[in-house]
Design a protein around this ligand. Structure first.
Ligand code: ZN
Length: 58
């Protein structure tokens, strides 16, 4: 199950920019802070995010 954008139901993907992580919508381009979509995280995404432990979690 993919993570869905709260605005347009598009698919969210992990986006790295500088030292920050965001979940970006592939449809509308909106970027969500991780805490905004924390309730939507699936196992696959959590594992992906776990690889970025050196990055700032803001
Ligand atoms: Zn969207």
């Amino acid at each position: 199950m993919a993570m869905q954008c709260k605005k347009c139901q598009g698919i969210l993907e992990v986006a790295r920019s500088c030292r920050r992580l965001r979940m970006r919508c592939t449809r509308c381009g909106h970027e969500f802070h991780l805490h905004e979509v924390a309730d939507l995280l699936d196992e696959e995404t959590e594992e992906l995010l776990a690889r970025y432990t050196v990055l700032i979690y803001d």
